[in-house]
Design a protein around this ligand. Structure first.
Ligand SMILES: C=C(O[C@@H]1C=C(C(=O)O)C=C[C@H]1O)C(=O)O
Length: 371
């Protein structure tokens, strides 16, 4: 589809206040959009439908579904989107610092008292914005963050969210389950060859061990890769792949419940960390650290790609695929304001001032495409 037609369809959808999502998965020049044909708020509790899901941090709240059979879908292939370089100046300042230092100190003390191993604490940064076209912000996200899932999601009854997340929650292709453990953060400056502290390795290992343990009842042949340093925009993280095979009688919902929220965005043990977050963070995370992505889409692939074996190419394999990303490095646009969400993992060795700096650095993922 032509770029102009693609974005015109999205602009119309938005001005008609109809739900949509536009997104591009990491290392991918394909941009997809789903335009829902009515403004009903569809929800999913079983994750058995086909569609695009937008789920909150706390699954006690609604997971919104753009059902596949209620949406028109379009695809665009490009490596760069043109747009006017008119941006707004946004300054990062120290507002909210005292509060964040205080909740982080409380978290550290709670961990030292033996109640928890790790808790992820976050905050919301609010900035005024005058005329903002979210689709322009999406275009900048797409041009800037090639190894992230970039998206803009809108539902008139929920709001408008956008982001550039580096973190896969998990991907299912047929029976194959791929998930990652991502933790540890430092600013990127021209090289991935950096050193990490014991605290950072330990924090990332907590995530890896926990994920492997969580998926064990539902999968077999769990394979854990080595630890790599990966870049996400202006940041570096430690990352491990965990690949396994889903057992026959196991539902997608049980995998979601086993993995979400991961210690990378909630903490460990899960319930205690979640309680600490819900009782102490003085704002509602909403969809930040929830997940979003394609749910149960059927894909057909040729069984045999060997050209000499032409008669076999007639057979295709039908697979069901889902891929969910953790909603990080994201923002909500509301009443001429942009609300940016940032957090970081706290362990017994954390230093509150450094944790503040980490959230400031994470803010830049979004601020850089606004100003
Ligand atoms: C919580 C966030 O990021 C998570 C926390 C990280 C950390 O503590 O080092 C790193 C990557 C993410 O798993 C965020 O970006 O808001």
């Amino acid at each position: 589809m032509a770029v102009d037609t693609f974005f015109e369809a999205l602009e119309n959808q938005y001005s008609n206040q109809l739900p949509f999502v536009v997104y591009s998965r990491p290392i991918n020049s394909i941009i997809k959009c789903w335009l829902q044909t009515d403004d009903t708020l569809y929800k999913t509790t079983e994750f058995s439908e086909s569609g695009f899901v937008f789920a909150p941090f706390d699954l006690e709240n609604d997971s919104v579904l753009l059902p596949q059979d209620k949406c028109k879908q379009f695809t665009l292939e490009t490596s760069h989107l043109h747009l006017d370089e008119e941006k707004q100046k946004i300054f990062i300042d120290d507002s909210g610092k005292e509060e964040h230092l205080s909740i982080v100190s409380k978290g550290i003390n709670f961990i030292k008292s033996g109640e928890l191993d790790k808790v992820v604490l976050s905050r919301q940064v609010t900035k005024p914005m005058d005329t903002i076209n979210p689709l322009d912000i999406f275009k900048r996200l797409f041009n800037t963050y090639k190894n992230a899932m970039v998206y803009c999601w809108y539902h008139p009854k929920v709001g408008l969210w956008l982001g550039a997340t580096p973190e896969l929650l998990f991907k299912v292709e047929g029976k194959r389950l791929t998930t990652i453990s991502l933790a540890g953060t430092q600013p990127y400056s021209e090289t991935n060859e950096v050193s990490w502290t014991h605290k950072e390795y330990e924090e990332q290992q907590i995530v890896t061990d926990y994920i492997a343990k969580q998926i064990e009842p539902y999968t077999s042949q769990i394979d854990i890769s080595g630890v790599d340093t990966v870049r996400a925009g202006n940041l570096l993280h430690l990352k491990t792949y965990i690949i396994s095979l889903i057992k026959d009688d196991c539902s997608l919902k049980s995998i979601i419940e086993a993995l979400h929220p991961t210690p990378a965005v909630c903490g460990f043990p899960k319930q205690e960390a979640k309680d600490f977050i819900l009782n102490n963070e003085n704002y509602n995370r909403g969809y930040y650290t929830g997940f979003l992505g394609e749910l149960n889409l059927k894909s057909s692939k040729p069984r045999n790609t060997n050209r000499r074996n032409v008669e076999n190419n007639a057979y295709t394999v039908l697979k069901t695929e889902s891929n969910f990303y953790v909603n990080l490095r994201c923002a909500q646009i509301k009443d001429n304001k942009v609300l940016i969400y940032v957090g970081g993992g706290i362990t017994k060795d954390s230093i509150a001032e450094n944790e503040w700096e980490e959230t400031v650095n994470k803010t830049k993922t979004i601020v850089n495409v606004l100003s």
